[in-house]
Each structure stands twice: as C-alpha cells, then as structure tokens.
Design a protein around this ligand. Sequence first.
Ligand SMILES: Cc1cc2nc3c(=O)[nH]c(=O)nc-3n(C[C@H](O)[C@H](O)[C@H](O)COP(=O)(O)OP(=O)(O)OC[C@H]3O[C@@H](n4cnc5c(N)ncnc54)[C@H](O)[C@@H]3O)c2cc1C
Length: 453
Amino acid sequence: MNNVYDLIVVGAGPAGLTAAKVAGENGLTVAVLERKDVMHDILRMCGMMLVTLSGKYMGERVTHNEKEGLLCFPHHGFNLKYDGPTKDFFSWEIHSPGGEKLVFGDYSTNRQKGKAGRASAVYSKSRLLASLVEECKRLGVHFFTGENVIDAQKSGEKVEIVTAGGKHFKGVFAIAADGRQSRIARTMGMNKNRGFYTSITSLGYEMTNLDLAHPDALHQPLFKSGDPPMMGFIIPRACDYEGEDVWLVMISNVNMQADHEGIFDAFTQQSRFAPWFKGARKVRKCGCTGNMYAPLFHPFKDNVLFVGDAGWCQEAEMTGAVMSGWKAGNSVAFAMQEKKYSEEGIQPYLEWWKTYYLDKMDYNIFLKNLYMPILCTEDEIDYLFKTIKETLPTALDPYEIPAHMGSAMAKIIPTIKEERPDLLEKIEKFGALPPEFVLRNTMRSGFHCNFTI
Ligand SMILES: Cc1cc2nc3c(=O)[nH]c(=O)nc-3n(C[C@H](O)[C@H](O)[C@H](O)COP(=O)(O)OP(=O)(O)OC[C@H]3O[C@@H](n4cnc5c(N)ncnc54)[C@H](O)[C@@H]3O)c2cc1C
C-alpha cells in the first residue's frame, strides 16, 4: 500500500465525512485520517441542535424526513442518512442576571402547534457520524484512525500529509476538516492575518432531573455580565438516560485562567438559577476550548481545501459543516474529471464559500451576540429585558438573532430616552463600535497562535 490517493481528508467530523462520502460516490480514491480511535465518539462538547429549520442559515431549509431517516438539504440538492433520535424544542429563552427574560418564540403557543411550532430539534451527532462512516466504508473510503496529523505541504504535484506517528500520505488534493482549532490552518500559515477575537472554554455535564418551567426549550442564563461575562446554556438532549430526560448544562467563559469547575458549581448551586438543579444528577462530563477567528476569506492553499469549522468564524454548526463538505467533495471530483489539479479546478468550492457563507452570513454580525453582556451592567440588562415586552420571532440562527434584537431595541428607544437617557447614549455607541474594540480584553486573554512550524 503506497498511501497515494486522489483525496486525503483530515478529520472525521461532519465536514470531513461528508466530503469523503461525496468523493467516494464520484469514484475517487479517498483516505480519511482521524486522531480519535472511534470516529463516532463525541469527545468535544456539542449542543446538537439542528441549525436550522428556518431556511435562513446559508439560504438552506433543512428538513428531517423521519419516516425515511433522512436529513435533506433541498436547496443544495443532497441528503444524508439520519435515523437517530430527535427531540423538538420550542423557544430560546435568555435569562438576565436579575430574573428578566428575553424570549424567541412563545413556548406555550409553539408547543401547542407541535412540529409546526418548534424552534428546531436536537439530534445525535454520534449517530450522524456513524451513518456517514458506514456509507463511506461501503464506498471504499480508507480510514486511518488514531492518526494525529501534524503537517500538510505541497510536495511536487501532490499534497503530502504527515502524522505524529511518522506516516506519510499523498493526495492530489487534501481537505482540512480538522475543526475549529485546525492544526493544518495554523501550520500552513492561514491564521497569520486572520482576525482573532477570543478563546472560549465551555464546560458542562449531561444532567437528568432538572426542574425547568419550560423543559423543551433552549435556556441561556446570563449569570454575570461584564468583561468577561458568564453564560450558561441548557439544551435538551435527544437521547434519554435510563429512561430519564437529559439536558446538556454548560457554562461558557472567555477567561482561560478561570476555575471553570468552580464557575459551574456557582452557576448550579449558588446563582439565582440554583433551584433548577436542586434534584439534578450529573451523568457525563464534557467540555471544549476553541479560538474564535474571522473566517478564511480564501479557503484554499497548495491544493488543500479548508472546510467546516477549520475555515469558519467560531463554528459552522453541523449543518454548515456538512454543506461545505458536500461542496468541497464535489469540487474535488469535478477537478479530477477535468484534470485541473490546481485552484482552477476547485473554483466551484471557492464560489460556493463566497456566495453561501461570506456573502450571506456576516461574521461581524455574529460577533455582536457577545456585545450586550460585555458592554452592559447587570442592572442595565435587567432593565432592557424588562422593557422589551414583546416575544421575539422564533429563531435559532446566531446570524439572525442580532437583527431581531435590533428591531426590538428600536421599538423601545422612546421609553429608554425618557427613563434612562444615559443608557440610550451607551446603546447608541454599540452599533458603531467595531468588534476589535469591544472584544479587546477577550482578545488579550485568548491563546492566538499564528506561527508556522
Ligand atoms: C459548545 C458547543 C456547542 C455547539 N452546539 C452546536 C449545536 O447545537 N448545533 C450544531 O449544529 N453545532 C454545534 N456546535 C458546532 C459543531 O460542533 C461544529 O460546527 C461541527 O462539529 C463542525 O464540524 P467539522 O467537521 O468542521 O469539525 P469537528 O466536528 O470539530 O471535527 C473535526 C474532526 O477532526 C479531528 N481532528 C482534529 N485535529 C486533527 C488532527 N490534527 N489530525 C487528525 N484528526 C484531527 C477531530 O478529532 C474531529 O473528529 C457546537 C460547538 C460547541 C463548541
């Protein structure tokens, strides 16, 4: 076996496996290198919400055909097998430190509507990956697990991939699908001039027996504003544990030096939200740390295509990852057919990246999700949440949320002007402030590493 392929994929997440599947379907020889031993083990934390059924995320309206066990991407024109569990949830509720609520979607009304009223559903990343691996194997894709890739570089006409164990692989093209902390992006110098905003650590537990007024909702408690703020998330899980409902309970924090376990305990045992966890039981621990960069504006270098989180701002979500994997796999197949073994051959991928990601989803808007808890005091957040009396549209897309917030804020400006002119002055500055300014402290506390080795 000489380890030479048409395509080498690094990373067996949703992006890499979808790319490998599509390339395999087109008859290419494909190798997937993955550092985990078991590809469908989910070691890195994930909320597993289906982002999104609304039709806004990257212009796609994802559907889940439960009867046939398919996740369908009708606008893009493909589907993936998914016959695992799902669970619908009906609203996104953001809780201020003092107990006010900002709500996207009215829980009771949406719940009554059933599927038609859901904000979205949660599903199982593990089952999605297991199905993709199975399909790839059927298509003759070669898997190399337990292989930590440490280098990728052009070697003559091919790309050479090197693992920590000293193995060498060569491909006409390679796909870097190694996630948010992409080592390939770093070693190939892709992060050099890339905006860096922060590092975020999330720590959490899957827990049972929570006492929530709205159990089938996404809850986001802000339990300390400031710089950095402390945010909790409570997300229903699709799978039960010994017959009991399970939620992912997590805290996210941009202060890397913090005692994350201590913050989790403070959130669940001492904060205003502690009563929700009185009888709760921890089932499984999980966590992750990752950097938040600007997107790659040109996700290609030396015959390596960057897909999914490797080239995104923070994260592509599983749906974004599979869409970019699908397009990248197809583009490599197209380049091979056309015998265009260079950037010219994979133009469709670069065009897709620009049209569906860069042009449709402005990462500066995404970063604004972090503004309010950093810039406002707890008292100010309480006041704003209390003053926004309306229920905001049911939404889950992090690129859509700031727009809804913006229109809700616009409606309450006359009230704020009268009651809290100082706050209005502060808010008016918000829109104009660039992320580099608002996030300057989080940028300093993060672990940006842009050197090449
Ligand atoms: C706290 C949190 C909550 C989230 N919640 C949601 C959610 O609710 N819904 C949603 O859709 N998305 C969510 N996401 C995002 C989602 O997990 C990612 O966007 C998605 O998994 C990206 O897929 P990917 O294939 O690009 O990367 P990944 O899923 O990260 O896969 C990368 C793969 O590459 C492998 N790898 C990495 N480095 C190497 C190396 N050097 N050599 C070999 N292999 C390597 C990894 O082991 C991994 O298998 C969440 C993420 C976080 C952090």
